[in-house]
Structures are given as structure tokens and as C-alpha cells.
Design a binder for this molecule. Structure first.
Ligand SMILES: [Ca+2]
Ligand SMILES: [Ca+2]
Length: 164
């Protein structure tokens, strides 16, 4: 009887393992919720309503998201494309960068490492010594600037795409 029990245990473990493999195979296709756009394997949405940086982050959180982090220039151009497609041209827009915890130490609110940057010339300048939030589409270059977090601007949220 003992042997049978061991055999059954091993057999059920094998069944579990093969079940897991099937799940892994299906993970190759991803999807975003309605009205979210898939860019580089993540889901983005443009929020037109002007809000402070913190209110914009809170709004993203309410949708299971964070203010957008940006990984490379191609992703940045695609995020600019989202704003353009929404009819907001190259409007200044909040994304998830902030140095509120420590001046000149920039972090993304989604917890990912801030490696790629696209600062405008002479930015971030921490003008008036209280510029702690990252706006995109700044100046003629439509690049990044640090500005006062209390300013009300549209925003872009990001969240992970889900297995279909
Ligand atoms: Ca600063
Ligand atoms: Ca600035």
C-alpha cells in the first residue's frame, strides 16, 4: 500500500508539472484592456484631464497602473503618438519620474530603474529649488523637464499586459 501511495504521489506531481507547461505555452500572447494601447509589451493610456502629479498617479493607481515609465526613445515616440492620436498634439504631460524623495535622484513611480532619459538641454534645472516631477513634451524639443508637481497637466499611465 505504501508503494502505491508513493506511486500516486509521483504520478500526480507529474500531472501537475505537465499542466504548468501548458500554462507557460499560452503566456506568449498578451492583451490590454479596452482603450489601453499596447506598446513594447506593456499597456498605456492617455488621461486628458489636467491633474497635479500626485493626483494623476493616484488616478493611475485606481486603474491598477502607475504613471508611465519610459524605457527607450522608440517607446517615448510611441507615447507621444498616443497623445497626438487623442487630439492633444504635443501637450506637456506628466509621466512617472520624480525626485521628490531626494533632489536629483530620479525614480519611476512604478518602481522600475530609471536608465533611459530624454532631458531637454539644461534640464533638470530644479528651478526655484522645488521642481520634483517629470513632464514630457517640454519646449521646442518636446523632451523632458523637471517642474513643480502642483501644476495640473494631462498624464499617461502604464500597466503590465495580461496573458490572454
Ligand atoms: Ca528636484
Ligand atoms: Ca525644470
Amino acid at each position: 500500500m505504501k508503494l502505491l501511495a508513493v506511486f500516486l504521489l509521483v504520478f500526480s506531481m507529474m500531472a501537475l508539472t505537465s499542466g504548468d507547461k501548458r500554462i507557460v505555452l499560452h503566456k506568449k500572447s498578451f492583451s490590454c484592456p479596452c482603450h489601453w494601447s499596447q506598446i513594447n509589451g506593456r499597456c498605456f493610456i492617455f488621461v486628458a484631464k489636467p491633474m497635479t502629479w500626485a493626483k494623476a498617479e493616484k488616478n493611475c493607481l485606481s486603474m491598477g497602473a502607475n504613471l508611465a515609465s519610459v524605457r527607450n526613445i522608440k517607446e517615448y515616440r510611441q507615447i507621444q503618438g498616443l497623445i497626438l492620436a487623442a487630439g492633444y498634439e504635443t501637450r506637456e504631460t506628466w509621466i512617472g519620474g520624480s525626485d521628490a524623495q531626494e533632489d536629483r535622484t530620479w525614480l519611476w513611480s512604478d518602481g522600475s530603474a530609471l536608465r533611459f532619459t530624454n532631458w531637454c538641454p539644461k534640464q533638470p534645472d530644479n528651478l526655484t529649488r522645488k521642481q520634483e516631477c517629470l513632464q514630457m513634451n517640454y519646449s521646442a524639443g518636446k523632451c523632458w523637464d523637471d517642474t513643480e508637481c502642483s501644476a495640473k497637466k494631462p498624464s499617461v499611465c502604464v500597466k503590465k499586459s495580461c496573458p490572454r
